[in-house]
Structures are given as structure tokens and as C-alpha cells.
Design a protein around this ligand. Structure first.
Ligand code: FES
Length: 119
């Protein structure tokens, strides 16, 4: 019994470490010089800030919840702008705030992948 309980605690600690955030979202905000394609020329920094603000307004920021980060180039420039949601490792592209809202409301909050925006 004691051993069983001990292993459950270790298991729990490992899960906690792997899941510091429930979902961790990375927006590529890299800027490259024209004519190279880059996410930042397609509104990435503005959309990252918008997403971060929305998560904050929803009261979902912080440990065990949701984190919205900027990232450097993720080498999918021609498919951009790109955003990736971990731990699910699902990649999206987006055009506007409507797309960001859908990614947040469907996937980031409820875990439902937005097929139409997947890359
Ligand atoms: S500039 Fe965004 S993936 Fe390269």
C-alpha cells in the first residue's frame, strides 16, 4: 500500500512538471527582409499581443493554465504566419482576429482542433 501510494505521488509530480502550462502557444514573430516571406510581415506581433490579451481577459493566464509566447523563426515561413499549440503540437496559420478567436475558443480553451486552419 505504502509503495503504491509513493509511486502515485511520483507519477503526479512528473505530470505536473510536464504540464507546467495546460497549453503553451508560440507565435512566430520573426522579421525578415523582403522579399523573404516572414510571419511578422503578416501581422504576427499584433496577433500575438491580441491572443495574450484575450487569454488574460478570460482569466486563463498562469501556471497550470495558458501561456502565449513569441517565438523566433520556426522554419515554416512560406506557410505563415504560423502558431503552434503545445503539448498537442498542432500547427496553424491565420489571417485575422477571427481566426485567432477560433483557435483560442476551440483549441486552446477546449482542446478541439480547428481543422480549417491547420497546416
Ligand atoms: S518567419 Fe515565421 S516561420 Fe520563419
Amino acid at each position: 500500500m505504502g509503495t503504491h501510494r509513493g509511486s502515485r505521488i511520483i507519477h503526479h509530480q512528473r505530470e505536473t512538471r510536464l504540464s507546467y502550462y495546460k497549453r503553451h502557444v508560440f507565435f512566430c514573430c520573426n522579421q525578415r527582409e523582403p522579399p523573404e516571406a516572414c510571419c511578422n510581415n503578416r501581422g504576427a506581433t499584433e496577433m500575438q499581443a491580441y491572443a495574450k490579451q484575450r487569454i488574460k481577459e478570460l482569466g486563463l493566464s498562469g501556471k497550470g493554465r495558458i501561456r502565449i509566447n513569441k517565438a523566433g523563426c520556426m522554419d515554416r515561413c512560406d506557410e505563415g504566419p504560423v502558431v503552434v499549440v503545445y503539448p498537442d503540437a498542432v500547427w496553424y496559420t491565420y489571417v485575422d482576429r477571427h481566426d485567432i478567436d477560433e483557435i483560442i475558443d476551440s483549441h486552446v480553451v477546449h482542446g478541439r482542433v480547428v481543422e480549417r486552419l491547420k497546416i
